[in-house]
Design a protein around this ligand. Structure first.
Ligand code: ATP
Ligand code: LTN
Length: 327
């Protein structure tokens, strides 16, 4: 039996290059070696306000991006989180062993609570990492391929699994995060100190996977750069470093070679070429997304849910039994 990986993306906004380079691209590579489960985490998305019609549309769109990017339903199992009620049930149980300060420490919560305005941040937003721990632990997950920003959540998942196992006996596998150099944060185009994010306030923060050619050119033209005019890959120039990273990851040309290619040239040429590289990557992906019908995708997601449901059910029954619920 192959070891299992589990990961998910929230249908909470436009998927962007950060989601692709940081997460989905790795999943596609891993699906041959692992028993892979990829979830569209709609229950996580509602931890911040969502328009119901948009949520429905985006849930299907995230699944389309998975499939168009190369997630193959013959090798992997994609499904929608809210189709498996065990996620919420296990989250409730894990809530009772998690401690408030453990959640208060989470940087993602602090960032998002600040964005929402402290008074209006939901309890769900606070509890978000526990639901994520449930997602992972329900399926005896060994590896969780994510971007670097999620490492703290995975650490908490391990802590909770270990605590439960100690208290009630061996039940959960302690999962490990899987990150690669590529899954390091892709930063915002408007601010290289913050990660590219689909909930960013400005659309100039990200390149959405659905952006058309004109939008990509406009966003790259507007992307902030550092002082000086040379194209160099260095920590002193975080904005340029980020753009070179994107260039390199999408073209398979190393940062060193990119530096060489632009000796004697400036930002204008570099940005023009970067826009070409991004567009050449996006156009075939967008074509594949368009070709997928909602019906086809929903069928794949339903089949996925049918496949994972028995695994979740069995694990939850084990948990309920161990904590003393009458079955
Ligand atoms: P939001 O910022 O609205 O919370 P997000 O853009 O971070 O959303 P998620 O659904 O939270 O998207 O993340 C999905 C996956 O994409 C996760 O594995 C996450 O680590 C990865 N990811 C998100 N943004 C980046 C980024 N800028 N660079 C690399 N990986 C990223
Ligand atoms: N919190 C994650 C999304 C997510 C996830 C998961 C990732 C929810 N449940 C389980 C891996 C495994 C994020 O990327 N923001």
């Amino acid at each position: 039996m192959k070891p299992r990986i589990f990961s998910g993306i929230q249908p909470s906004g436009n998927l962007h290059l950060g989601n692709y380079l940081g997460a989905i691209r790795n999943w596609v590579k891993l699906q041959d070696q692992y028993d892979s489960i990829f979830c569209v985490v709609d229950m996580h998305a509602i931890t911040v306000p969502q328009d119901p019609t948009e949520l429905r549309r985006r849930t299907i769109e995230v699944a389309k991006v998975y499939l168009a990017s190369g997630i193959d339903p013959k090798k992997s199992t994609p499904f929608i989180q809210s189709h498996i009620s065990e996620h919420a049930e296990l989250a409730w149980i894990l809530n009772t062993i998690a401690k408030i300060p453990e959640l208060e420490k989470m940087t993602q919560f602090k960032d998002k609570a600040q964005k929402a305005g402290k008074e209006s941040a939901s309890v769900g937003l606070f509890d978000y990492p526990i639901l994520m721990a449930s997602d992972i632990l329900l399926y005896d997950t060994e590896l969780v391929p994510v971007g670097k920003d999620q490492l703290q959540h995975i650490e908490l998942t391990r802590t909770l699994a270990e605590r439960f196992n100690k208290k009630f006996g061996e039940t959960f596998i302690l999962p490990k995060a899987f990150t690669t150099k590529e899954s390091e944060n892709i930063m915002g185009l408007d601010d290289p100190t913050k990660k590219m994010s689909k909930s960013a306030s400005s659309e100039y923060n990200y390149i959405a996977l659905t952006d058309d050619e004109e939008t990509v050119r406009r966003k790259i033209k507007k992307a902030v750069t550092d002082s000086g005019s040379e194209i160099v890959y260095s920590d002193d120039k975080p904005a340029l470093k980020n753009l070179i990273n994107i260039y390199s990851l999408l073209s398979e040309i190393s940062p060193k070679e990119i530096e060489k290619k632009y000796v004697g040239k400036g930002y204008f040429d570099f940005k023009n070429d970067l826009a070409d590289v991004v567009i050449n990557f996006l156009q075939p992906l967008q074509k594949k997304i368009e070709e997928l019908s909602d019906e086809k995708v929903l069928k794949i997601l339903e089949d996925g849910a049918k496949k994972v449901q028995p695994i979740a059910k069995k694990k939850l029954e084990e948990v309920k039994n161990k904590i003393g619920f009458i079955g």
